[in-house]
Design a protein around this ligand. Structure first.
Ligand code: TYM
Length: 389
């Protein structure tokens, strides 16, 4: 079955009021996210079937997140493949802003990044932006952000990234490695560009204004460490794209390749209003949640079901807007035919929300039991993943 039959994964309802203005920035996502509009407004490229075919030449079967077009947009992915086919390798770069525990949405691009690391046998630079979260969040102490950074890396390691090929950067601890390139980048980004890109205001603190130069650095760090100038490919949700716009402008001025991106959609919030965030714990499932908490969150989740059982049996539900269905589509139902069956049965009223919630609770808890064990074991090997080791 093709991704087209899974079109229902396209309608991500992040907020109650559809008329709400869509906002997608690195710090805020709200309103109904219109991904086609984002492609137009951000000036990115859609991932075409032709590009998917090209990727599959190198990876074999397409990863679930590509088949279902959860990764839907890119910049220069075709150039990365051109270079790769000419024998120029690329490195991967992604990251995390540690303001709380990791939720399942964060795992979406990381799982895909791991797939790329395996298939292309390439390095990953992973940036833990404790400094970013400290400057943008009035409530967060620096030490808290650093502690979350440590805890969040355990989640990355638990996914099975290869230590020899994975280099984590903790910004505050590793600033010595980053600072020279950050200065070179910062000198070439005007305040008016940064303001137009990020919407800075007069009352924005100056730490935040300098900060984007630091997120640019890992795009180029490989050259500094190894002397090898190769492009970086960044898998992340589309909220991070503004950073890459300014980084791509600066790259040629510094003698580097423009970094390429591959953008994914957002795993939606479990509650109808509001986005998935640590400040609204019921909106997402954290990797450290206990089975009971997972069960409660899933049972309280927003679905596409009707008000009564008889109505639902008669008219069916709407997986297009259902957060539970999205969890299956993004992470917990690998088989495309099975997913199409969930979709069909829901639409014709053959299954009810309780059935889907029970099944999802079981699958999430099964995954988390294993993940949490691996997370604990990761404490013993974390140093193998440090960039300076
Ligand atoms: P952060 O911590 O907000 O998010 C970490 C990664 O998770 C993605 N993401 C999601 N993906 C799918 N569904 C969701 N609901 C969802 N929520 C978040 C984000 O796009 C991101 O990829 N400034 C960054 C840290 C960073 C970074 C990077 C991220 C530094 N360098 C390079 C990506 C690539 C941040 O605060 O991410």
């Amino acid at each position: 079955m093709s991704y087209k039959e899974l079109k229902c994964v396209d309608g991500i309802l992040l907020d109650d009021e559809e008329k709400n203005e869509m906002v997608v920035t690195p710090w805020e996502v709200k309103g109904r996210v219109d991904y086609e509009r984002l492609i137009r407004e951000f000036g990115t490229q859609p991932i075409t079937d032709e590009l998917l075919q090209r990727i599959s030449k190198h990876t074999g079967d397409l990863h679930l997140q590509l088949r279902r077009k959860l990764f839907f947009s890119h910049r220069d992915l075709d150039s990365i493949l051109d270079l790769y086919e000419e024998g120029v390798k690329f490195v991967l770069y992604t990251g995390r802003g540690p303001s709380g525990p990791v939720h399942l949405g964060h795992l979406v691009p990381w799982i895909f990044t791991k797939h790329l690391q395996d298939k292309f046998d390439t390095r990953l630079y992973f940036q833990m932006t404790d400094d970013e979260k400290f400057v943008v969040n009035d409530e967060l102490k620096l030490e808290e952000a650093q502690n979350f950074g440590y805890e969040n890396v355990l989640d990355l390691i638990a996914l099975g990234f290869k230590p020899d090929n994975t280099f984590t950067i903790f910004d505050v601890k590793d600033i010595g490695l980053l600072y020279e390139i950050a200065l070179e980048a910062a000198k070439r980004i005007t305040y008016s560009t940064a303001k137009a890109t990020f919407g800075f205001q007069d009352n924005t603190n100056i730490g935040w204004i300098f900060w984007p130069a630091i997120q640019a650095v890992p795009c180029f760090i490989h050259a500094k460490l190894t002397g090898e100038n190769v492009p970086a490919l960044i898998p992340a949700a589309i909220d991070q794209d503004p950073y890459w716009r300014i980084t791509r402008d600066v790259a040629p001025k510094l003698g580097y390749y423009k970094p390429a991106q591959i953008h994914c959609r957002f795993l939606p919030s479990l509650v109808k209003t509001g986005k998935m965030s640590a400040s609204q714990p019921e909106s997402s499932i954290f990797t450290t949640d206990s089975p009971d908490v997972v069960k409660r969150k899933i049972w309280n989740a927003f679905t596409g079901g009707k008000a009564t059982v008889s109505e639902q049996k008669k008219m069916g539900g709407d997986p297009y807007i259902c957060s539970i269905f999205k969890y299956f589509a993004y992470l917990f139902e690998e088989n495309d035919d099975e997913l199409a069956e969930w979709n069909r049965k829901c639409r014709v009223g053959e299954i009810l929300c309780g059935y889907c919630k029970t099944e999802l609770t079981e699958r999430v808890n099964q995954f988390l039991v294993e993940h949490q064990k691996k997370r604990e074991k990761a404490r013993d090997i974390i140093e193998k993943f440090y960039i300076e080791r």
